[in-house]
Every structure is written in C-alpha cells, then in structure tokens.
Design a protein around this ligand. Sequence first.
Ligand code: AMP
Ligand code: MG
Length: 416
Amino acid sequence: MNPPRPSLTPLDEALTAILAQAKPLPALETLDLLQADGRILRQDCRSALQVPPLDNSAMDGYALRSSDVPAPGVLLPISQRIAAGQVGQPLQPGTAARIFTGAPLPAGADAIVMQEQCELLEAEGGQQVRILHQPQAGDWVRRAGQDIALDAIALAAGQRLHPAALGLAASMGIAQLQVARRPKVVLFSTGDELVQPGSLAPQALPSGKIFNSNRYLLTSLLQRWGCEVEDGGILPDDRAATTQALQAAAQRADLVVSNAGVSVGDEDHVKPAVEALGALTLWSISMKPGKPFAYGHLRRSGGGQAHFVGLPGNPVSGVVTAMLLLRPFVLRLQGARDVAPRFMPAVADFAVPKPDSRREFLRVRRNAEGRLELFPNQNSGVLTSAVWGDGLVDKPAGSTIVVGDSVSYIPFADFF
Ligand code: AMP
Ligand code: MG
C-alpha cells in the first residue's frame, strides 16, 4: 500500500519556518577588505569622518564667488592653482582659482565653472580667465559629507558585502571588517544510480547509471553563498549506511545537506534516517519543481545539533529549492538581513494555458524587447532549462498565463 499523501506546506510558510530556525552562528572573524567580498557584515560601521571630508570640485575649471560673475563675460585674474590633494588659500574677492577635480574648494568660493565654459588669457603680471557662463552658488561643488555624514552608520550589520560596499568601507578609512564565519556544510549525494564524472569515460557509463550533476551545482551555489563545503560523497540507497553517514557528518557540520532520497519511495532512506537521528520538521512543499524539500535537525553525540536540509534529486528542483529556500537559510545563518527573494513585474511573451495545483517556477529568459520567453521543456529533470534561462517566473497555483500578461519574475543573478 502507498503511504498517505503528505499535506504540502506553502512555500512562504516553509521559508518563514526555516528562517525561524536559522539563528545566526555566533562565531565571527575579522577580514581584510579584499578577503571580505560576499561575506556577511556582523558589525555596524560608523564613520569617523565625513565623506568627502571637504567641499571639493566636481570638475576641472575655476573656483570663484558666484556674486563676482553677475553676467557672462566677466574677466577675473587667476590668484592660485589648486590640484587634488592640495589645500588652497582663502580666495581673494574678485579673483578665480584654477582648480581640478577632487581638489578642495578654497574658502570664500561658492561655485565652480568648468574649463569648457572659460577662456584663458595671458595678461601682464599673470593669467586671467574670462567666465563665459553665469554660475549659480553650488555649481559643480561636491559638498563635504554628501556621501557619508560624520558618525553615520554607512554599513550596518547584516549587510552582504559586495564590491561597492567594500569601496564604501574603504572610503571611511576602514581596512578590516568583522564578518560571520563561513558555515560548515557537509553535502551528500544519494542514489545507487550515481557515478562521479571523471571516474569513467562517458561512453563507458553502465546502463542504468547517470552522472552526478547535483554535487557540482550545489557545491558551487553553497560556496557563492559563503559556505565552506565538504563533499560527503555519494550515499548508497541503504538505510544503515545513510544513517551512519549523516550521524558522523552532524558532528562536524553546522548544516548537513543531502540531495535526493527524500521522497516516500522504498529507496528513499534519508527521511527515516533523519527521523532516527533527530527530527524532520518540514517536508513536501507546495511548489513545482521542488516538492520534496525537507528541513530538520540531527543530534550530535555529546550535545548540540546540526541543521539538516534535504533537497530534491531532480536537478532543476534542486536548483530552484536551493535558490528559494536554502539560500535564505544559509545567508541568515551568517546573520544576513535581507534574504527573501524579491520578484518584479515583467511581461510574458508566452502562454501557459493549463493551470497547476501547485505554485510553479518557470524557467524563462528576457528577449531583446525585455519580455520573457519560456523554455519549451519545463520538466524538472531538464537542467538545460536553467542554463538557457536567465530567471524564474513565479506562477501562482491554479493560474494561467496569456501573452502580454504581467508576471512575477526574478533574475538568476539575484541569487548569486
Ligand atoms: P530521488 O529523490 O532519489 O528519487 O531522485 C529523483 C531524481 O533525481 C532521480 O531521477 C534521480 O536519478 C535524480 N538524481 C538524484 N540525485 C542526483 C544527482 N546527484 N545528480 C543528478 N540526478 C540526480
Ligand atoms: Mg534516489
């Protein structure tokens, strides 16, 4: 007899439930800026100075008092030259200062006129400049503190560090940042059908076997999300071996991830193994692809526990559940603030006339008009769809799509 059909948990409910379990790991480390890309900041960075520190010029040109140029054509003597990195003298009234981009505005000046709007003239006893444009106070002046005010928290704990964030930290004079330690993940593949690529020639693959693709896509995703991934290898479809391997992994991992074997078939040994070693608090999500996603924990001998996530075996289901559920989970383990995927409206250039009882995530890509095209084969075993595509459409349960409909779209790039 088939086991009873489990009730499926809505995706949003599942995400809320696993995030509630994802307490940020307490261990921190201090890294040089150049090591910190992609990591989660665990301190507030308060600025000890204003950025930029002084009012300065946004152009190569002339600094002056705007009131000295009531109309275009005024001729002013050039009283000084200020390059970036120098500080000039207070500007004598009725004169202009030659100034370069990034150089501090001299005291008394209130505007810059760009050099393209000036005419340089040699005169007896020095140079003069004809101002061909009537300036307004503030023209081409970058105000002190316009980027970061003194004492402002320019980067807050929970920020995922990326190139611009690292640049912003550097602009405050910060050289090192406190970030979350990388979560240690042990990743298992499961299934007697799996063969590691490289272990034999493709033509020599015995019938009934397939190459293990999920190991590579999941390892790469987890690494992009800040995890240190240990490959636990391929578990055979065997209850005792599965239980033993998960138990050992829980001792050294913050998170044990297994792939496949979490359905209810006779050859799916992961569920009973996790239940024997701890508990499964979530399994079977109302989404397509990706139904057999599981979450629970594994007790460690000697106390404590490791998180457990079971991902579906079909490669597209694995990618989609990893992006929508595992990513928020591992980022939150590192203390990240904004982890939920954010979809945006986009226009469908395709139709899906048949409704599905589950919420679907379709592999699509933007065409030259910015509208979305659908990969023709949406089967969860067709990994090509995720390589061809550049994102997902979130199609609500029971809905259909006609050409021209506004749909919810998220680019894959948002998950990296
Ligand atoms: P299962 O959940 O174990 O029934 O697996 C579901 C499907 O995913 C089956 O067709 C498996 O062969 C396939 N599968 C499981 N693990 C992998 C893997 N690591 N790489 C590629 N396909 C896999
Ligand atoms: Mg299997």
